[in-house]
Design a protein around this ligand. Structure first.
Ligand code: GLP
Length: 237
C-alpha cells in the first residue's frame, strides 16, 4: 500500500481529485467505483468543476440503504446526483447503482455483480473509510462477504450516517446493499481517502495491524495497487 500523508482535508481532496482526473483523462472509458460520505464531497466538487469528459466512462457506487428509492432525500443516489452526476456529462445509462427499493435484495445484488462484470470490472475504486474500519458497508465481524450483499449496519455506522436523515440516527435504515470484499480486492486500482482525527484508529489498524475481519480495510494491505491518502489528523496513530 502506498500511503501519502497530506497536510489537511483540503490537501487530500485536491490530491484525490488529481489522481482521479488523471485516470479519467488517460482512459476515457474508465470504470470508476465511487463512495458516498462527507469525505469525498470536496473531491467531487473539484471533479464537477474541472470540465472533464465523462461521456465514455462508467460508474458503480459502492452501496445504498435498503428500502430507499433513488429519489428519497437520504439515499446515496440522491447524494451522488447532487454532488456529481447532475454536474457532469455522464448519461444515466452509464451510472451503476444498487436499488435500495428492489423487492428481492438477493436478485438485485446478483444483477449488480453481473453489471460490474459485464462492464469489465472496476478500474479505479475510490473509497472512504468507516471509523470502525468498514469499506462500503462491509462491517467488522467474524466473517467478511465476497459478493454484493445485504448488510446489517452497526449502530456507530448508522450514527455516522445520520447527517443524511436530519441528524436522527433512528431514521437511518438498519440495512444496506453493498458491494462485497470481492469487488474491493478485484478492482485494478484502489484509492482510499481518510481524513480527520475520528479515522486515526481505523487508519492505524488498517495499515499497521493484522489482516483481520475485525478491520475490513486491513485487507487492502494485500491489494497490489492501493493508495491511501490521509491527512495529518488521520495519520496520528
Ligand atoms: C458510509 C459509507 C462508506 C463511507 C463511510 C465514511 O458508511 N457507506 O462508503 O466510507 O460512510 O463516511 P464519511 O466520509 O462521511 O466519514
Amino acid at each position: 500500500m502506498t500511503i501519502e500523508v497530506c497536510a489537511d482535508h483540503a490537501d487530500a481532496s485536491e490530491r484525490a481529485f488529481t489522481i482521479v482526473a488523471a485516470a479519467l483523462r488517460a482512459d476515457p472509458v474508465l470504470v470508476l467505483g465511487l463512495p458516498t460520505g462527507q469525505t469525498p464531497v470536496a473531491m467531487y466538487a473539484r471533479l464537477a468543476a474541472a470540465g472533464l469528459d465523462w461521456s465514455a466512462a462508467r460508474t458503480f457506487n459502492l452501496d445504498e440503504f435498503a428500502g430507499l428509492a433513488p429519489g428519497d432525500a437520504g439515499s446515496f443516489r440522491a447524494f451522488m446526483d447532487e454532488h456529481l452526476f447532475s454536474r457532469v456529462n455522464l448519461a444515466p445509462a452509464r451510472i451503476g447503482f444498487l436499488r435500495g427499493d428492489a423487492g428481492a435484495a438477493g436478485a438485485e445484488c446478483a444483477r449488480y455483480e453481473a453489471a460490474i462484470e459485464e462492464a469489465g470490472g472496476i478500474g479505479l475504486l475510490v473509497l472512504g473509510l468507516g471509523s470502525n474500519g468498514h469499506i462500503g458497508f462491509n462491517e467488522p465481524g467474524p466473517t467478511l462477504t465476497a459478493p454484493t450483499h445485504l448488510a446489517v449496519l452497526h449502530a456507530a455506522t448508522r450514527a455516522a450516517s445520520a447527517y443524511l436523515f436530519g441528524d436522527d440516527p433512528a431514521r437511518v435504515p438498519e440495512r444496506a446493499l453493498t458491494i462485497g470484499m470481492g469487488q474491493v480486492l478485484k478492482a485494478r486500482a484502489v484509492l482510499m481517502i481518510a481524513t480527520g482525527a475520528s479515522k486515526a484508529g481505523a487508519v492505524a489498524a488498517m495499515t499497521h495491524g493484522p489482516l483481520t475481519t475485525a478491520c475490513p480495510a486491513s485487507w487492502l494491505q494485500v491489494h497490489p495497487r492501493a493508495t491511501l491518502l490521509v491527512d495529518r489528523a488521520a495519520a496520528a496513530g
